[in-house]
Ligand binder design. Structure first.
Ligand SMILES: Nc1nc2c(c(=O)[nH]1)N[C@H]1C(S)=C(S)[C@@H](COP(=O)(O)OP(=O)(O)OC[C@H]3O[C@@H](n4cnc5c(=O)[nH]c(N)nc54)[C@H](O)[C@@H]3O)O[C@H]1N2
Ligand SMILES: Nc1nc2c(c(=O)[nH]1)N[C@H]1C(S)=C(S)[C@@H](COP(=O)(O)OP(=O)(O)OC[C@H]3O[C@@H](n4cnc5c(=O)[nH]c(N)nc54)[C@H](O)[C@@H]3O)O[C@H]1N2
Ligand code: SF4
Ligand SMILES: [Mo]
Length: 739
């Protein structure tokens, strides 16, 4: 039988066709009828089958015994134990003693997103963490300050853009981020045919090669480039006169702020030519459909917040914000921006600070950079219990080693995960979710970031085993049981969670679709009214079930100023925190310290954050976890291709094979993240055979953006020294035979 579904591994959310025989997955391929992905899938899509078949996958709740082994237990016992132990910690030490980390895959699963929010509200802890502060927080910060809502994020209108500038993103490896754009390579090729694509990055990436135009930039110095671009726009009178309708104040403040930053002043520090910067500003402003798309590399560094603001300003003041072919806002079928605004949750910043280092809260979360110290440091509010949901922070937050050392000090820990991973091995209890293919699929978050408005719902291709639970059910059940232990008021609130669990995410989705901007309205009346008015049938769950290949809702539409959430319905050009933050920028003019190298990360198409290394299919080929370094830097240090090197930072050192690569900018070295499957006690047989080193054993939790608290993975200073032994170059048959 063939079933339609959505691959939710990365942000592209491609439509897939899953061939199922009984409970066996025979194959996965792209769905040619999907209105956005048109049949495209990448190698990871095929690996959906491997994830389902993986013999290392946890399928029953597991409890760690005193001897450190694991025993399978029933769900009832597991949920009751989790609730009781977490409640005990809260009762003894207060609500904030329970920390929750929500990992990246939670936003890829609509049920976990919808119900996770409810769970968090019920649990009410300030010790909340997620991948946001290791990722897109700066974009959300700028959206909150400038547009009035943290989720109102502009995306590049790829299919109509004629000049795309990519700063700190590598969509050819990542398939795009904060731009859901399946087959992004095909889309970039199409832009090249219409116009130009330029990549600015410390590494000549796969995307730079495809684009054909490339400028190197030293890590962490992006504010200099962005300020200089704005400087030229003002100096040469290139500021678009049409953009004024979105703002009434702040232009003079911006002009004054960028005045000191001429291309001549910043070029040397950036490793660029002043003339190239000025020309870029002119070309960008002259193009009628240009988008400056800045992504992860501009976020996870010491100037994330400032970069996100400056990126928005350049797009706005060149006339490219909210213009077809530029940076646009989406209008998804379920408009989480509007829904959350109605509930009074437009976002918040610095309403409280972290206990130890005083970093600001954002959207109710604390930065992951302070997670370990909040566990280690005694005193009121110390974290004593941890619940992780779909996260592997030991491998994904800066200085993961420090977290790893702190975790055994917790009174209790629960991990919702389908692997015994580098993080979940520290838990007392592991509670597995359903396999991806056992879930219904709707791209709740990623429709909101898609380069075209679409909606698609698919039933799960495979039936879940009897009694199995998905993350949303586990969260709500633990939440309800915990509340019941707190007395009468808690019991009352627990009924709310129980009721929601019975109502279920599917019905919730139907209500949201019906009441959304393309909605059919309430059952019976809405469709009838549509028919009477001669309108097309609106969206409902049933409508999407009847059209399982997805519904095309059209190209992105201009929507400003109506869609703004600021009090005066104007874009705020010059928020004070951001103007103040400019005071830090002069430090970026300092020359690099002699002999020092700056560390950056990288992604690969056949990998996904910390958890796809257990698929033999994806691990085939050359190892991909080496340290990339420019050949001149290697020569200077007497280092040879293929040999092990030691990379050391303030916080520690790791070893990795050296890959000399002329595509690296001199002075910069690169390691991918998500590796380091060397830890004892994990159950990842394929990954352990090619473990790699975890870059986050050497990234520094004190290297963060002081404005927003976002982790600064990029630009950590390191030293590299030779070690000797030659590394194997091909993946051995050993790993393959373990499957
Ligand atoms: N195959 C695959 N796809 C993925 C993922 C994955 O792990 N594997 N992860 C998913 C996730 S969670 C995300 S958030 C997205 C991320 O998707 P992208 O934003 O495309 O992230 P990266 O591919 O890491 O590209 C970041 C780029 O920034 C550059 N860079 C590093 N430091 C700096 C700097 O200081 N300044 C500038 N200008 N550039 C810098 C790096 O060299 C790199 O090319 O990808 C998603 N898709
Ligand atoms: N140095 C460096 N560090 C980085 C980055 C970087 O570029 N450089 N990127 C950062 C970014 S952008 C991100 S988003 C974070 C990601 O970091 P995390 O939030 O830790 O997410 P993952 O690494 O994807 O780990 C996901 C975990 O959830 C499990 N899992 C997968 N699907 C599900 C599910 O449906 N339910 C449950 N319960 N479990 C599931 C997997 O087995 C795995 O253990 O890493 C960040 N860390
Ligand atoms: S591009 Fe992303 S969503 Fe599409 S098949 Fe690959 S991993 Fe899945
Ligand atoms: Mo991410």
């Amino acid at each position: 039988m063939q079933h339609r579904s959505i691959c939710s591994l990365c942000e592209a959310h491609c439509g897939v066709l899953v061939e199922v025989e009984g409970d066996q997955v025979r194959g996965v391929r792209g769905d040619p009828d999907d209105p956005l992905s048109h049949g495209y899938i990448c190698p990871k899509g095929l690996a959906l089958k491997d994830l389902y078949d993986d013999r290392d996958r946890v399928t029953q709740p597991m409890r760690r015994t005193r001897s450190g082994d694991w025993e399978e237990i029933g769900w009832e016992e597991a949920l009751q134990e989790a609730a009781e132990r977490l409640h005990r910690v809260r009762a003894a030490h207060g609500k904030n003693a329970l920390a929750i980390y929500l990992g990246n895959p939670t936003v890829h699963n609509y049920t976990a997103t919808l119900m996770g929010l409810t769970f968090l509200r019920a649990v009410r802890t300030r010790s909340r963490f997620s991948a946001t502060s290791a990722d897109q927080l700066p974009h959300m910060f700028a959206a909150l300050k400038m547009f009035g809502h943290q989720l109102l994020l502009p995306v590049p209108d790829l299919d109509r853009c004629d000049f795309l500038v990519v700063l700190g993103g590598n969509p050819c490896a990542s398939n795009g981020s904060i731009m859901t754009a399946p087959d992004v390579m095909g889309r970039i090729k199409a832009i090249k045919q219409r116009g130009r694509v330029l990549v600015i990055d410390p590494r000549r990436t796969e995307t730079a090669r495809l684009a054909g135009e490339y400028l190197p930039i030293l890590p962490g110095r992006d504010p200099l480039l962005l300020l200089a671009l704005l400087h030229v726009m003002f100096a040469e009178d290139l500021v678009d006169s049409g953009a004024w309708r979105f703002y009434s104040q702040g232009l003079e403040a911006v002009q004054a702020a960028v005045a000191p930053w001429s291309p001549q002043r910043v070029a040397g520090a950036l490793g660029m030519e002043a003339a190239a910067i000025a020309q870029l500003a002119r070309d960008f402003c002259a193009s009628p459909r240009a988008a400056l798309y800045g992504r992860l590399g501009t976020c996870t560094q010491r100037y994330g917040g400032l970069n996100a603001w400056l990126l928005n300003l350049i797009n706005l003041l060149s006339g490219n914000l909210d213009r077809p072919g530029g940076m646009m806002f989406t209008q998804p079928a379920i408009d989480l921006v509007a829904v959350t605004a109605k509930m009074g949750h437009k976002g918040g910043f610095a309403r409280y600070k972290s206990r130890v280092s005083g970093l600001p809260e954002f959207g109710g979360e604390l930065p992951v950079s302070v997670m370990a110290e909040e566990i280690e440091t005694p005193g009121p509010g110390q974290i004593r219990a941890l619940l992780t949901v779909a996260g592997n922070p030991v491998l994904s937050i800066p200085n993961g080693r420090r977290l790893e050392k702190a975790l055994p000090g917790l009174d209790y820990m629960v991990s919702l995960d389908h692997y015994l991973s580098e993080t979940s091995r520290h838990a007392n209890l592991i509670l597995p979710p359903l396999a991806t293919l056992e879930r219904d699929a709707y791209s709740l978050v990623f429709n909101m970031l898609a380069v075209r408005n679409i909606a698609r719902f698919n039933n799960a291709p495979l039936k879940a085993p009897e009694g199995a639970r998905d993350d949303w059910q586990t969260m709500l059940e633990i939440g309800a049981r915990m509340l019941r232990l707190t007395g009468a008021e808690g019991t009352l609130r627990s009924w709310g969670l129980d009721a929601l669990r019975r109502f279920g995410p599917r019905r919730m989705l139907d209500v949201m679709l019906r009441s959304g901007p393309y909605g059919a309205g309430v059952p019976l009346l809405g469709p009838l009214a549509n028919r009477l008015r001669g309108k097309k049938p609106g969206l409902s769950l049933q409508h999407l079930l009847d059209n399982p290949e997805g519904v095309d809702l059209g190209a992105l539409q201009p929507c400003l100023p109506e869609r703004l959430f600021t009090a005066d319905k104007q874009i705020q050009l010059a928020p004070q925190e951001l103007l103040d933050d400019l005071l830090r920028v002069p430090e970026l003019l300092e020359p690099m310290v002699a002999g020092e190298l700056l560390l950056i990360g990288r992604r690969h198409l056949r990998s996904n954050n910390s958890w796809l290394h257990n698929s033999v299919r994806l691990m085939k080929g050359k190892p991909r976890h080496g340290l990339k370094m420019h050949p001149d830097d290697a020569r200077k240090r007497g280092l040879e291709e293929g040999r092990l090197v030691r990379i050391s930072s303030r916080v520690g050192s790791v070893e990795a094979p050296l890959e000399t690569d002329a595509d690296m900018m001199p002075g910069v070295v690169s390691l991918p993240h998500g590796w380091g499957h060397t830890r004892k006690g994990i159950r990842l047989s394929v990954a352990s055979a090619q473990p790699g080193a975890s870059i986050n054993d050497i990234t520094d939790e004190q290297h963060y953006d002081p404005l927003t608290g976002t982790a600064g993975f990029s630009g950590v200073p390191v030293e590299v020294a030779g070690l000797g032994a030659l590394q194997a170059v091909e993946v051995g048959g050993e790993a393959a035979s373990k499957s």
